[in-house]
Ligand binder design. Structure first.
Ligand code: CS2
Length: 505
């Protein structure tokens, strides 16, 4: 035996134990989907659902995956012919499954023209997106495309498109010219009304084009293109060397594209695909007329709790979400956040068991096998807070309530943004596309009141109204003072021990 470790790929696939091989024949699956943002989440979620749908009902729905900013995922997957393993961690150990649905790879950084060409291909009838919140280059308070964004400006000037919206518009323009037929663009990111939001951004971009291009393209998009919404759910931590080593043991081959995840997976999709779609319902997805209630539940319950645990946990020195939820004080904050603040703002679909969903979430958060880092979730807070926590606060205030738990969570974010150290004195790094703005805002702020006022004035996060709400300001100042003085855990303890005695009405 030679000591050379063999790598996963079409040539070596026969060496993988049969039950762990793809459920479709990768070599004979044609491309029907363009996917923008082929990170770990897509590989562990939509790609797996799509392979199951093809296995159940057929169809040429292989995926052409596009990496927007980093070559590394292409470098991992291209030598493996697009194959990679999903390692599912469960209470009874891990299972490995090689997925073969990704059939082509493009690095948009150097090959944007190929992305455009794929969108103009009649065989490609669906584009899906997981580009994270910041990939939309929008102002979350107004929902509009950020015209001050340099990437948007370059794309509007006709450079090979580097922004997601630029790629979509240039691709749809080429599709119109090629008369390649109708198309659906399906956002799979954690934004409220993600389909309508994306449709609005595409329209904003088209509106900036010269008149002779704007009119025909706008009309064609209105007639031929749909932007269904969807809610996606699966916890997928950034893959680690341990995950790759475990995959190596399970499939007998080296796999640089492996991803690890939980066994839970959910996908609710608005059923509006004029050019057809994979039979995702055969893979367990819910196809429905209205995704909104599911989106809002997911954002304001799951993601809101995640962000809350991330900031409180990271401040208190918890490396993972599992460590954070194991602290009674933080679990109690999450409990109140759900019951007192988020739930009254939600319209729960008939048959949806919210208490069971929440119980299941607590178990998912507590899963020690996942090692989901608080820093990963804490990243990009300026892009996440609006739909996770601020929207709950705005709705609650309109209804005359004081959502102190959601405000406590926002105060934890404010602490995270305004301190340079965790409670235990470790340096913290602010990883956020608005970091310069946020750091400028809090520079020299000497009191909690200053910090709160300056951050509340960042409209891209808080909109226009909250800064004028004295109850909101007072509650944030009080919480921020407590977190700064006593640390996140003691502050949470005090708040959860005496929630009614704080005198904030
Ligand atoms: C997390 C999400 O990183 C984050 O901000 O809240 O990625 C979360 O794990 C997924 O939405 C779960 O479906």
């Amino acid at each position: 035996m030679s000591g050379v470790v063999q790598r996963l790929g079409l040539r070596t696939l026969a060496q993988v134990p049969p039950t762990r091989r793809p459920r479709v024949d990768p070599a004979s699956t044609g491309v029907g989907i363009l996917h923008l943002g082929i990170g770990a989440f897509h590989r562990a979620h939509q790609a797996e659902f799509t392979e199951d749908a093809i296995a159940a009902a057929g169809g040429e729905w292989g995926i052409c995956g596009v990496s927007q900013r980093s070559r590394s995922v292409i470098d991992a997957l291209a030598p493996q012919d697009g194959l990679y393993t999903v390692l599912t961690r469960g209470s009874r150990g891990s299972t490995a499954r090689v997925v073969g649905a990704v059939r082509e790879l493009i690095f948009a950084g150097t090959d944007a023209a190929r992305v455009v060409a794929r969108l103009a291909d009649p065989a490609v009838r669906v584009t899906t997106l997981t580009v994270t919140e910041k990939g939309y280059r929008h102002d979350s308070a107004t929902g509009r495309l950020r015209r001050d964004d340099l990437g948007v400006q370059a794309d509007l000037a006709g450079q090979p498109p580097q922004t997601v919206v630029g790629q979509l518009v240039r691709g749809l323009q080429a599709r119109m010219a090629a008369d390649a037929g109708p198309h659906a663009v399906l956002s799979c990111d954690n934004l409220a009304h993600n389909g309508a939001t994306l449709a609005g951004l595409v329209r904003d971009f088209v509106d900036q084009l010269p008149a002779e291009e704007r009119r025909p393209l706008g009309d064609w998009i209105d007639e031929q293109v749909r932007f269904p919404s969807s809610m996606v759910d699966r916890i997928v931590p950034a893959p680690t060397d341990d995950d790759r080593a475990e995959v190596h043991r399970l499939i007998g081959l080296r796999d640089d594209g492996a991803v690890a995840t939980e066994s839970f997976r959910q996908w609710v999709i608005e059923d509006d695909f004029p050019g057809g779609r994979p039979a995702w319902e055969r893979a367990g997805a819910l196809l429905t007329g209205d995704v909104t209630p599911y989106e809002l539940i997911k954002l304001r319950v799951l993601n809101a709790a995640h962000s809350t645990l991330a900031y409180l946990g990271a401040l208190a020195g918890c490396a993972t979400i599992a460590e954070a939820i194991a602290r009674d004080e933080f679990a109690a904050v999450v409990h109140h956040l759900w019951r007192d603040d988020a739930e009254p703002t939600l319209a729960v679909p008939a048959g949806f068991d919210l208490p069971a969903y929440e119980q299941q979430l607590l178990d998912r958060f507590a899963d020690p096998a996942l090692r989901h880092s608080t820093l990963q979730v804490a990243m990009d807070g300026s892009q996440k807070l609006p739909q996770r926590l601020v929207s709950t606060i705005v709705d609650a205030r309109r209804a005359g309530r004081t959502p102190q738990w959601a405000m406590f969570a926002v105060a934890a974010w404010m602490r995270w943004v305004s301190t340079e150290h965790t409670d235990a004195g470790a340096p913290r790094k602010l990883d956020d596309p608005l970091a310069p703005t946020l750091q400028r805002a809090v520079a020299g702020a000497s009191t909690a009141t200053h910090v709160v006022d300056r951050l509340l004035a960042v409209r891209a996060v808080f909109g226009a109204d909250l800064a004028h709400d004295d109850t909101v300001r007072a509650s944030l100042v009080d919480s921020l003072q407590r977190i700064a003085a006593d640390g996140a855990q003691t502050a949470a303890h005090a708040l959860t021990a005496e929630p009614t005695e704080r005198g904030i009405a």
